[in-house]
Design a protein around this ligand. Structure first.
Ligand code: C2E
Ligand code: MG
Ligand code: MG
Length: 536
């Protein structure tokens, strides 16, 4: 008995294991069908033999019995097959819906939109014009992260209820990541009416929403591309509309913007440039030139400013003013800053024991770099690795770098100064130029922007401001370097006003390293022969 129970348990387990598998289910169905068939044949024959006595009637009844079996099983098959196929169809319809419609708003998703819009474009006539509007909620990730995804979902579904009634019946509205997509026929929206429509969308998004007792406000940015001029398919129009969103987000948010080809090309150019720059950084294809900084009364070089140079395969030589700004937006600046520090520290190490030992090397540090704790740690480790005394390295930072993140910037400036670097505030006068905070900044040098130098002797008011800055720097005990000195008049004006240090094309253009070294050597040689002459 125990054995039998064990056997039945095993059979049951095997059945459970295979249940739901199509092959097993079909075999089970076949077995049941055959068993019912056998039982029917055996029992119906016995029952027939019991009620029918003559042979002829028995044979006739056998035929009816056969027909009965065939028809009943046929009907049974039909019912089972129909119910199974309906189930399958419902399931596949549900799956297709799930794959093509957004669950939250029940609006077509991107893959369905592609199909619908491409079909619409395929059907349209020669004069038809459409606009694709991609709408993106501004900073929506903040809502999800700070308030939770359930609030984000409720926001989207409330706004979908508001914007759905805004479109015409023949137009299309769909859902895409953090926003909606509209595809409207421009015959119904001439230019001014389209902008009315866009304003209406904006208004309905901007209205406050009360969700779980919290008043929430959303803004949105819309990019618009038009068929046929901006693209011939959903994919092309979508790309253009999103490019328009990016164009707008560079200027501000909560507005709409029509796609403009030139701007798109500029962005494309920027992407190409950044890809090439990344390669150049990896291959160490960037190099430096060195512009001398002079002690003007003695006409003697006291230092060099390190200026980065890059030759792009596509764009030729690109100004650092451009590629540094672009790379600040992509994160590449981190790599550039590290490269600059490492190169300068290595050079300073080489110069420690030769005739250049008193020359100060300046380097430019980006705003992002100044705010980066990671870079600070890297700089400290480089100082340790190369065993240098950083007193002869000056770090130039701009006011923008301070304003971006004042507290962290100040903390990092103290850190760099404690390591031994000296700090210069670069391009002073070109930005916010707040005189009040100068005394609180941990800086040693003030570099006056060449904008002031350019107007020396031409603009009396600016000359007065320059004089005031020169006096202020002296009172605050800051070393003053004037940038962009291009002629003798400018130099003389500055000397008259007790400005000791200057930099600019009048003294020297940025030079390759070998040429910069030659210049120092020549200067030392001349000084030595002058000394000898003096002694004689
Ligand atoms: P900056 O730090 O103010 O550098 C001075 C710029 O003025 C240099 O331009 C230099 O060539 C130019 N210059 C010097 N003297 C004269 C002159 O007499 N007249 C005129 N018209 N220009 C003069 P450059 O090399 O094109 O650099 C532009 C800016 O790019 C730099 O301004 C600096 O902000 C940034 N930069 C350069 N190298 C680096 C770097 O290694 N790292 C970072 N983060 N920024 C850098
Ligand atoms: Mg500089
Ligand atoms: Mg400067």
């Amino acid at each position: 008995m125990r054995r039998l129970l064990g056997f039945l348990q095993k059979v049951n387990q095997s059945i459970l294991k295979f249940q739901g598998r199509p092959f097993f289910e079909a075999v089970r169905f076949l077995i049941i069908y055959l068993l019912v068939g056998v039982v029917w044949i055996v029992w119906s024959d016995k029952w027939l033999a019991a009620v029918v006595s003559d042979y002829e009637t028995f044979v006739e009844m056998q035929t009816y019995k056969g027909w009965f079996y065939v028809i009943t099983s046929g009907v049974l098959f039909f019912v089972i097959l129909k119910s199974r196929l309906s189930l399958l169809k419902d399931l596949s319809d549900k799956l297709i819906h799930q794959a093509t419609y957004d669950e939250l708003t029940q609006l077509p998703n991107k893959s369905k939109l592609t199909q619908m819009i491409d079909q619409m474009i395929g059907r349209c006539g020669l004069d038809d014009r459409f606009a694709l509007i991609c709408m993106d909620f501004d900073d929506f990730s903040n809502v999800n992260e700070l308030l939770g995804y359930h609030i984000g979902d409720q926001l989207i579904s409330s706004i979908s209820d508001r914007v759905k009634p805004l479109i015409n019946q023949e137009d299309i509205i769909g859902r895409d990541s953090d926003g909606f997509v509209f595809f409207v026929n421009l015959d119904k929206y001439p230019e001014d009416q389209l902008t009315d429509f866009l304003e209406e969308i904006k208004k309905s998004v901007n209205q406050s929403l009360n969700i779980e007792n919290q008043m929430l406000f959303l803004t949105c940015t819309m990019g618009i591309s038009q068929f046929p001029q901006d693209g011939n398919s959903f994919a092309e129009l979508y790309k253009a509309a999103n490019a328009a969103i990016h164009q707008l987000k560079e200027k501000g948010k909560n507005d709409y913007h029509f796609f403009a080809e030139e701007f798109h090309l500029k962005r494309l150019e920027r992407v190409t440039m950044m890809n090439e720059l990344r390669n150049s950084i990896d291959n160490r294809d960037l190099h430096f030139v060195f512009q001398p900084i002079y002690q003007m009364t003695e006409n003697r070089i006291i230092g060099f400013e390190t200026l980065i140079r890059w030759e792009s395969p596509t764009f030729g030589s690109v100004s650092p003013a451009i590629f540094i700004e672009y790379s600040e937006n992509t994160g590449l600046i981190q790599l550039i800053d590290e490269f600059v520090f490492e190169s300068v520290i290595r050079l300073r190490k080489e110069w420690c024991h030769n005739e250049y030992k008193d020359i100060v090397i300046s380097l430019n540090l980006s705003a992002k770099g100044l705010a980066s704790a990671q870079l600070m740690a890297k700089v400290a480790s480089l100082v340790q690795l190369y065993e240098i005394d950083p007193h002869h390295i000056q770090i130039e930072i701009t006011e923008t770098a301070l304003i971006a993140n004042f507290d962290i910037a100040i903390e990092h400036l103290h850190f760099l100064r404690n390591l031994g670097f000296s700090i210069a505030l670069d391009d002073f006068g070109s930005g916010y130029s707040s005189l009040t905070y100068l005394q609180t900044l941990p800086i040693d040098t003030l570099k006056i922007d060449r904008m002031f130098t350019k107007n020396i002797g031409l603009d009396a008011k600016q000359d007065m401001i320059l004089e005031a800055i020169i006096n202020l720097a002296a009172q605050l005990d800051l070393k003053l370097v004037i940038e962009g000195i291009e002629n003798v008049q400018q130099r003389d004006f500055l000397l008259e006003h007790q400005c000791l240090f200057g930099q600019g094309y009048f003294f020297g253009q940025p030079l390759e390293l070998a040429k910069a070294c030659e210049l120092v050597k020549k200067e030392i040689k001349e000084a030595n022969s002058k000394n000898k002459g003096d002694m004689i």
